[in-house]
Design a protein around this ligand. Structure first.
Ligand code: SF4
Ligand code: SF4
Length: 74
């Protein structure tokens, strides 16, 4: 299974909680802003994700969640 971090940009308020609770440095708060002028998180180290779902559990706005995808057949 391949992990994927989904970010709903317009729900995000740029609080940075997801970045703080991720213990493996997958996320950073980027310079990119949504329409509410909030800096949104960005995935910078997807390979470090351990699927703990802390980002998902702690996001107050349900703006980030993890999904598992089937690996593409080689
Ligand atoms: S699932 Fe865990 S390791 Fe992966 S991005 Fe979220 S907090 Fe970080
Ligand atoms: S915890 Fe949620 S609202 Fe806060 S920066 Fe992360 S995705 Fe955005």
């Amino acid at each position: 299974m391949k992990l994927h971090i989904n970010i709903h940009k317009e729900r995000c308020k740029g609080c940075g909680i997801c970045v703080e609770v991720c213990q493996t440095g997958v996320l950073v708060l980027s310079e990119k802003k949504n329409e509410r002028d909030c800096n949104i998180p960005e995935v910078v180290a997807m390979d470090e994700c351990i699927n703990c779902r802390m980002c998902e559990m702690f996001c107050p706005d349900f703006a980030i969640w993890v999904t598992e995808e089937e690996e593409e057949a080689a």
